[in-house]
Design a protein around this ligand. Sequence first.
Ligand code: ZN
Length: 283
Amino acid sequence: MKTHLIAFLLLLTFPIVAQDFDKVQIRTIKISDNIYMLQGQGGNIGVNVGDDGVMIIDDQFAPLAGKIKAAISEISDKEVNYVVNTHHHGDHMGGNEVFGADGSIIIAQDNVRTKLSGGDTPKVAWPVITFSDDMTYYFNDEEIYIHHGPSAHTDGDAVVYFKTSNIIHMGDTFVTYGYPYIDIGGGGSVIGMIAHIGQVLDLIDENTTVIPGHGDLCKKSDMIIFRNILIDIVDRVKTEMESGKNLDEIQSSGIISRYDQRMNGGFIKSPDFIGFVYEDLAK
Ligand SMILES: [Zn+2]
């Protein structure tokens, strides 16, 4: 029930947000000589520039595409050759319809195309290259490893690891606003998120710069803390379920109140997150 409510609220939120696109400014954060992060409204955008051209990771909302292109033109005089989508949500791929129409090649995990092609999204915004588990790109002297992993935020998540520069874009498999949103209806899973982040931790090191799906740049240590919190919460909810408590009882039991201050800052509050875990464990 809770997740349906959240999905409904998300649907409600987007049109309200849309009225404010005029006011959005794109902020460009330089991470290395050839990799940048753009922040506007929606998911963080990764930008890889160089002699070969431009690759971007996610593209926020279509009405922001002009501003995003203007920001990219400040760091490269080349066209956007590739757009990689970290998943199918509109705040990460809404710009596809503009970049796709421009001729950018859109890349995403198989399930992203399945979802986008099965809904209202125009065809020009669908990924044209898809992969099941992972793929590697060689572009701008950069080895770029795109990894799917277990279902986490959705069942089509991809993280994009710029191996040469040691920078990773996590999509919404790792965010900094607090409890992550788990799109259960879209195939997401808390347990999968723990596993997916675990795979990434094996891939990166303490010097890696982490671009979260939302929020400011992080390090591996931030992801370890985040993952440990998720592991602890799953353990606690599991114990309560095994003792025969129902969802309402667990949500009002205060078993994760120790994380309220750290994790309740976003739109997912403790009871919602307990709901995700409960639903996941009850599967
Ligand atoms: Zn998302």
